[in-house]
Design a protein around this ligand. Structure first.
Ligand code: V47
Length: 368
């Protein structure tokens, strides 16, 4: 880390980034314009060096992963978003509903986190969604349950007539330990309307996470990028999250999720270059100075780009997942799951120390 400035002085091609380097070195917060400058720059070396400097200052050589499992209890969904290939209308081909027995059968004692997210089923009452959490907790009392996005919570409030606060209190009582970051997509209203018009509004997504944090439920946040957004929309998204985190300190991790177009109604969007993935991760690390962790989500990036993203500010490789469905329905090229050994090897071969964690970032084991 010593001498990063000398290295940057030697390799820097985009002198506009030097102002950002100066700010980062003295711990000064980046402005909206700085954020845009990073996305517009083609100087990947300098961007990577600054983001990696910040990552190492916070976490040293550590890169986290979790032995987890995704459960998507149903793909029947009352709304239809253009970017989504997973949700299906009730009665259409290819729908499914997991029984409690099927859910329990998919669990094992090794899991440190069970991540539950699925469709907004038109017939399931809120109590059924709570029972899903209860059966998981009963089977694995020591495993964290990270369940239900703000979009589902909004839906639970609508179908139950309870306030968001009451919904969250009941979720916590049933055993929810944290909320996943999905459903944020892109906050910029113009683009949000184009890709997921029927979905929970940006403001409501933020309000639901604010309420969760006030009840002591930590959460994650995502951005869906690589579709119709402009650079301004990405920085705006981060700005809204940074402001909320200043208020609550309830976010654990930020996850950039690269849009996968297959089988969606946005399949003709123009692809962005691979450098954009790395810039978005670096920007996230640099802009979200109050977020503890940035994930390299291998499901959408692919395993190899995810490994490279660990040199662009990401300090978390997410987890084993075992059977990802939502994003694979849209053509994700990655495997649907990996083993613990895969992560130990993937992180080590990127030059870092693998740290197995639980959902709340308590350290389970360091693989030094
Ligand atoms: O919000 C749906 C995304 C998200 C597509 O909290 C798509 O630790 C790409 O929330 N292309 C859910 N993405 C994923 C999610 C998540 C993932 C990893 C970790 C965490 C966490 C949360 O899936 C949705 C949406 O953005 N998604 N369709 C698609 N075609």
């Amino acid at each position: 880390m010593e001498g990063v400035l000398e290295v940057i002085d030697k390799v820097c091609q985009d002198k506009n980034l030097l102002n950002i380097v100066d700010k980062v070195l003295v711990g000064k917060r980046l402005s909206f314009e700085d954020g845009l400058g990073i996305l517009k720059s083609e100087d990947l070396n300098t961007i990577g060096l600054i983001a990696n400097y910040v990552k190492r200052k916070r976490e040293g050589d550590r890169v986290y992963f979790v032995v987890n499992r995704h459960i998507n209890p149903t793909n029947i969904c009352a709304i239809s978003c253009k970017f989504c290939a997973f949700g299906k209308a009730k009665g259409s081909a290819g729908t499914y509903e997991m029984s409690f027995d099927e859910i329990v059968a998919s669990l094992n004692e090794e899991l440190r986190e069970v991540h539950v997210v699925g469709g907004l089923h038109p017939d399931w009452p809120f109590e059924h969604y709570l029972d899903i959490v209860r059966v998981i907790k009963e089977a694995l009392p020591n495993t964290h349950v990270k369940a239900y996005t703000a979009v589902e919570i909004d839906w639970f409030s609508e179908i139950s007539g309870l306030s968001v606060e009451e919904v969250l209190i009941r979720m916590k009582e049933a055993g929810v330990d944290a909320l996943p970051g999905g459903g944020a997509e892109i906050f910029a209203e113009e683009v949000r309307k184009k890709i997921c018009a029927p979905k929970t509004s940006s403001q409501r997504w933020l309000d639901i996470h604010r309420t969760a944090h006030s009840l002591g439920i930590p959460s994650n946040a995502t951005i869906l990028y690589g579709h119709l957004e402009r650079y301004e929309d990405v920085v705006d998204h981060l700005e809204r999250l940074r402001n909320l985190q200043d208020e609550t300190q309830g976010f654990l991790a930020f996850i950039p999720v690269l849009f996968q177009p297959e089988n969606t109604r946005l399949k003709n969007v123009k692809p962005f270059p691979g450098s954009y993935d790395l810039k978005v991760h670096a920007l996230a690390r640099l802009y979200l100075d109050n977020f503890p962790h940035i994930k390299a989500y291998w499901i959408t990036l692919g395993e190899k780009v995810a490994q490279v993203a660990l040199h662009f500010g990401a300090d978390d490789a997410d987890g084993t997942i075992i059977r990802e469905k939502i994003i694979h329905d849209a053509g994700a090229p990655s495997e649907v799951g990996h083993t613990r050994e895969f992560f130990v090897s993937m992180i080590k071969s990127a030059g870092y120390t693998p740290v197995e964690r639980d959902a709340l970032y308590n350290v389970v084991r360091v693989y030094s």
